[in-house]
Design a protein around this ligand. Structure first.
Ligand SMILES: Nc1ncnc2c1ncn2[C@@H]1O[C@H](COP(=O)(O)OP(=O)(O)OP(=O)(O)O)[C@@H](O)[C@H]1O
Length: 396
């Protein structure tokens, strides 16, 4: 059973090499684990190919000690999900890949969700998944969301498929990730997301969203009053699909995580109300739910900015955005009986058809990688949890 180490030397603050040489590899050696190879990524989108080529002629379940952020994991999962093996592994059963994660990236959303930070911090916080592997502890299967981006039917183009293990987003979050990449050199830490957010906080995004059912139920909406997931307000008995119309300010869907940064708990219920297999959590903010917003004007967009920041700020307060509701004057608070600011949905997937004229509504973020939905096209994202032995797993 092959065991390899792989790290991205430039992710986060660029210390993965040092972390592996000083702590991870000595710890594995002390634990009696022999690593057959240490692979180091040399360029963007190298990780998947590097691992694929290494595993091609090795058989059996493989373990990767992965030093990276979420983006490198995303590259590996995408590459291995879409590329066939040619060597001796081609005839073997489907690959089962187990990860021991070492958080070396900027946000490390998956690691921080599996190991929420504590005060005081756990000693050797970053080595918990590696220790779980050494101790032959349990693995959990990773749910993936498979997003298909199609062109207008008249184009007759093959759809593009993207596989995410953390987040698939549209609207403000996709715009932030799009703009933050150019800020990486100037702001190597999390600050670049805040800078990019401030450039985008008055944009609204136009399109039509459908929420798709899981294998067992139509989209469920969280009710903060009963603290339960319930039938969606906009669902109809005769259809398992829920239609939502824009404009939209914020949209993220997540799998496997309750946070996108250690303190940014944007889908907190993924932890508090554990998800069923093949489902994702979706957080949406639509301006027209506010009592004082009835049309799309520059002035109202500017005023709505405070609502968006209020909701995102509350997500940093242990996921408090879920309980925020509109007051009569359109401000947000915890009291009253106004609509909830955030629509929190658990569903099997979604379909997004952006308005042709709204360029930014065509941006889609898949674990930090940005894709563009062509004019006249759409994106469909569905969650899948592997059953049986194949698929991707993480030591916890
Ligand atoms: N040798 C390299 N030179 C330049 N870029 C690289 C190299 N190796 C990998 N990369 C790229 O580095 C990028 C960042 O990696 P990753 O997403 O893992 O870390 P991060 O962005 O710092 O953290 P996070 O995703 O947790 O916020 C990836 O897009 C990957 O393609």
């Amino acid at each position: 059973m092959p065991i390899v180490a792989l790290y991205n030397p430039v992710c986060g603050d660029g210390t993965a090499k040092q972390v592996f040489e000083d702590t991870v590899l000595p710890l594995l050696e002390k634990g009696g684990i022999s690593v057959s190879k240490v692979l180091v990524t040399e360029r963007v989108e190298h990780a998947g190919q590097l691992l694929h080529d290494h595993l091609e002629n090795l058989e059996g379940e493989a373990t990767v000690i992965l030093g990276s952020g979420d983006g490198t994991l995303h590259e590996i999962i995408n590459y291995l999900s879409t590329t066939e093996f040619k060597g001796s592994r081609a005839k073997a059963p489907p690959l089962s890949l187990r990860f021991a994660l070492v958080p070396c990236g900027t946000a490390n959303a998956l690691y921080a969700s599996l190991y929420p930070p504590t005060d005081p911090p756990v000693p050797e916080y970053n080595l918990q998944s590696v220790k779980a592997f050494i101790n032959n502890s349990q693995t959990i299967p990773l749910t993936i969301s498979i997003t298909t981006i199609s062109s207008a039917p008249s184009e007759r183009k093959k759809p593009q498929a993207l596989v995410s293990a953390v987040v698939t987003s549209l609207a403000l979050h996709a715009s932030i990730l799009h703009d933050s990449e150019v800020l990486r050199a100037e702001y190597p830490g999390l600050e670049r997301y805040k800078v990019a957010a401030s450039k985008n906080d008055t944009r609204w995004y136009h399109g039509h969203l459908k929420l798709l059912p899981t294998s067992s139920s139509s989209a469920q909406q969280y009710n903060p009053v009963t603290k339960q997931f319930e039938e969606h307000d906009d669902s109809y008995e005769d259809s398992p699909v829920v239609d939502l119309y824009g404009p939209f300010a914020y949209f993220v869907s997540t799998v496997n995580v309750d946070r996108l940064e250690p303190a940014f708990r944007i889908t907190p219920l993924a932890r508090e109300h554990p998800t069923e297999k093949g489902s994702m959590d979706v957080v949406i903010v639509r301006p027209f739910r506010a009592p004082n917003i009835t049309m799309d004007t520059e002035e109202l967009r500017k005023s709505f900015k405070d609502v968006v920041w209020g909701a995102l700020g509350a997500a940093y307060q242990n996921g408090g955005h879920v309980n925020l509701r509109y007051q009569k004057d359109g401000t947000v608070g915890l009291d009253g009986d106004g609509k909830f600011v955030v629509e929190y949905v658990r569903c099997g997937g979604w379909e997004w058809v952006p308005d042709d004229v709204d360029e930014r509504a065509h941006l889609l973020c898949s674990d930090g990688a940005i894709a563009e939905i062509p004019k006249g096209g759409r994106a469909v994202s569905t969650a899948a949890t592997p059953t049986g032995n194949a698929g991707f797993k993480v030591f916890v």
